[in-house]
Write a protein that binds this ligand. Structure first.
Ligand code: DGL
Length: 287
């Protein structure tokens, strides 16, 4: 780990676009003292149908950018980027780096009673086999059934989270998983927690829905606590910088800042005041 890391430094969170805000939202809820720098790669979204080499290059550039903001830890709040880039980036960085996949897999492993677990995600995540790998390492007896749901991301981004069209598509996507008798379903894409109500209706009450965003925030908190990197409590008076002030959240995107801001305001529990557009290609991604 980098020497002398400032525990009051921000946490860097990134995603291919807006979806990672579901993870940022959980971090804000569970760790209200923490400052966050969020980057959404809105110029190059979606990641879900791109190759591992491309996603790794993009992720390295974003990590280089976040490091210019002196972040103390990085959360890869995108399932596809976690699937393709976490392993490499973790090795290259001297600060804690966390993805969203392990948290989701561990929760599913605890939730399942019959060992039959479904995973819905982008094509990239499903084809990488990463959820399957982590779950099998936990218990080789698990039976895992993956299903790519490429239409969900655009439907969510169009605001059709409660629409009958989305429900019809969801029924088609999960039909096979229902035949397999799964009792647990991992929502393995940043956008899917926003379809939770609809998926609950389609899957029924007896299937546990796992939201990796929630669990990632739990894991992050444990990791920062263990490393002594949690932000100083803001309620106490003291000399440390940042005490007493509310947490700061900064948002950066690679394209269409206004559109991002609109979506952010629809899902975050407070108003996003300013989103800055940057040229992510300027960041070399060297490590
Ligand atoms: N953030 C992506 C994920 O969680 C979904 C959107 C995309 O395909 O870029 O996999």
């Amino acid at each position: 780990m980098a020497d002398g890391m400032d525990r009051n430094a921000p946490i860097g969170v990134f995603d291919s676009g807006i979806g990672g805000l579901t993870v940022a939202r959980e971090i804000m809820r569970q760790m209200p003292d923490e400052n966050i720098v969020y980057f959404g790669d809105t110029a190059r979204v979606p990641y879900g149908n791109k190759s591992k080499a491309t996603i790794l290059r993009f992720s390295r550039q974003i990590v280089s950018f976040l490091r210019t903001k002196q972040v103390k830890a990085i959360v890869i709040a995108c399932n596809t980027a976690s699937a393709h880039a976490l392993e490499a980036i973790e090795k290259e960085q001297d600060i804690p780096v966390l993805g969203v996949i392990k948290a989701g897999a561990y929760t599913a492993a605890r939730a399942t009673a019959n060992g039959r677990i479904g995973v819905i995600a982008t094509r990239g995540t499903i084809d990488s086999g990463v959820y399957e790998q982590v779950l099998r390492d936990l218990n080789p007896g698990f039976q895992i059934f993956g299903k790519a749901c490429p239409l969900f991301v655009p439907l969510v981004e169009e605001g059709l989270t409660h629409d009958f069209i989305t429900e019809e598509i969801a029924r088609r996507y999960v039909k096979d998983l229902q035949y397999k008798g799964i009792d647990t379903l991992i929502l393995g894409c940043t956008h899917y927690p926003l379809l939770r109500t609809l998926l609950r209706k389609v899957m029924g009450e007896e299937v546990a829905l796992v939201n990796p965003a929630y669990e990632t925030a739990v894991e992050l908190k444990a990791l920062l606590t263990q490393k002594g990197l949690c932000h100083a409590p803001r309620m106490l008076s003291g000399a440390e910088e940042g005490l007493g002030a509310p947490a700061s959240y900064r948002f950066y995107v690679s394209d269409l800042a206004a559109q991002f801001q609109e979506f952010a305001n629809s899902i975050l529990p407070y108003d996003v005041a300013g989103t800055e557009q940057i040229d992510i290609e300027e960041y070399g991604g060297s490590h």
